[in-house]
Design a protein around this ligand. Structure first.
Ligand SMILES: [Zn+2]
Length: 456
């Protein structure tokens, strides 16, 4: 059998405050349809785009660098990609991909898969075919498109790779997590490649690849030729359906946009971004395995979240046992966070306090059950566990109680005199003062005994 080849075109929403070519907010979740709009993103006749959003361009450079791409030294030219659809009133989408264009990044490699191109483009509006309504809140949002080489051989490897790329890009907070990713997938089993358009989740991407692979193999078995075409994935029927025969790029009539300036990417800017990039999560996981002797599974959990990984490293640096730390971070800390439906940055848990708690366990000054209880109380704000322990620990050491009693007797001479005169209540007063001084931690029967001895 011929080898299966799978390639992806992934679209993700970039995290920016404003849209790509106008000053409207990118927030489309909290607001009613068609509230963050203006003549530019609604495509009014004659409206001109503003200069492209710098943050968005910077994020795409960051993404490309994280994926090992070379950043274009050639000027970037915005292209008008023409098509007619109700979600695109101006009749074209702005993109730096397409004919005559160079992508922001190219020739990358991420976890064994070649990255052909990384580029930036704008999102069209949302059209609801059932009601005919169009919502322009998302029109003009900046998107990144990541195009891979057809290097995947199985749907399973696509799933794992997509999980990893999402984790990796979360390290630079590049993509809007809630918006998820969309992908076009191309699949070939040795003949022409078939493109499956607009799949909305990792789960569906995997399912679509499996359905399309099966379809092509069956067609070939029947002696049919696989044609180059575009299909859609039908989730209910778990099968792909013909949309249209593959358009050539010329169908989009790409032309450079005369209203937008040519972009030159400053080499110094690229170097600055490169210097600030975080360690890649899969490399972090490898390092944890090597340096800290943690298991593969634990290393993966730790590195799957940048804040968690950094928290773990800070605790380990405070010379706490590595095994104990990785267990308490990946199991107990995550348990408490999940229970409270919070993420680590949403609470104030200091690594110093967490380390102190683990040391108390190590030194057997506190049981694991008591430590878990205390960790529960770390949300929303942690505290020094040793201080808290001192506050609740009972004082039963007679020497310590005696010291406090003597101080109180010195201070409360009148009460002592009263008691000697036969006033029983004065003794209760003295006991009360000792308990107050020890914040209620002294053993009360011992306090009474010692006071009586001292007074006589
Ligand atoms: Zn606008």
């Amino acid at each position: 059998m011929e080898q299966v080849k799978i390639g992806l075109e992934i679209h993700g929403y970039l995290v920016t405050k404003e849209k790509l070519f106008c000053e409207n907010k990118t927030d489309y979740k909290q607001v009613k349809p068609n509230t963050n709009i203006c003549p530019i993103c609604c495509g009014y006749p004659g409206a001109r785009p503003m200069l492209p959003n710098e943050t968005a361009v910077g994020k795409v450079i960051e993404i490309a660098l994280m994926l090992g791409c070379k950043i274009s030294q050639l000027p970037l030219i915005w292209q008008r990609k023409h098509y007619d659809w109700p979600d695109l009133p101006k009749g074209y989408q702005e993109t730096v991909s397409g004919a005559y264009s160079v992508p922001v990044g190219s020739e990358g490699k991420f976890l064994g898969i070649g990255i052909r191109e990384v580029h930036i483009e704008e999102d069209p509006a949302r059209w609801d075919p059932e009601t005919g309504r169009v919502d322009f809140n998302r029109s003009g949002l900046p998107l990144v498109e990541i195009v891979t080489e057809p290097d995947f051989k199985t749907s399973e490897s696509v799933r794992e790779w997509l999980h990893q790329i999402i984790i990796t890009l979360s390290y630079i907070k590049a993509l809007d997590k809630d918006a998820g990713i969309k992908a076009d997938v191309n699949v070939s089993v040795g003949q022409e490649r078939v493109e499956i358009k607009n799949i909305n989740s990792i789960y569906s991407i995997v399912q679509a690849i499996e359905a399309e692979t099966k379809r092509q193999i069956e067609e070939i078995k029947k002696g049919k030729q696989i044609k180059r075409e575009t299909r859609a994935y039908n989730e209910k029927r778990k099968t792909t359906l013909l949309m249209r025969e593959k358009e050539e790029q010329a169908d989009y009539r790409f032309i450079p946009d005369p209203d937008l300036p040519i972009l030159f990417i400053n080499r110094q800017l690229v170097e600055e971004i490169q210097k600030k990039l975080p360690e890649l999560p899969h490399l972090k996981a490898e390092r944890f395995k090597k340096e800290h002797d943690v298991q593969e599974k634990v290393a993966k959990v730790l590195s799957s979240n940048k804040e968690l990984a950094e928290f773990y490293e800070k605790v380990v640096k405070l010379s706490v046992d590595k095994k104990l730390t990785s267990y308490w971070v990946t199991i107990e800390l995550l348990r408490v966070l999940n229970w409270n439906k919070k993420s680590l940055p949403e609470v104030q848990i200091k690594p110093e306090h967490f380390a102190e708690l683990l040391k108390l366990i190590e030194e057997k000054k506190i049981t694991e059950a008591a430590a878990k209880q205390m960790l529960n109380e770390f949300v929303p704000k942690s505290f020094s566990p040793s201080d808290k322990l001192k506050k609740v620990e009972r004082i039963s050491d007679e020497g310590e109680i005696k010291k406090v009693c003597e101080e109180i007797l010195k201070k409360e001479k009148k009460a002592v005199e009263d008691y000697k005169q036969g006033e029983e209540k004065a003794l209760n007063f003295l006991i009360g003062q000792v308990m107050k001084e020890t914040r209620g931690r002294a053993d009360i029967t011992k306090v009474k005994e010692i006071l009586l001895k001292l007074i006589k």
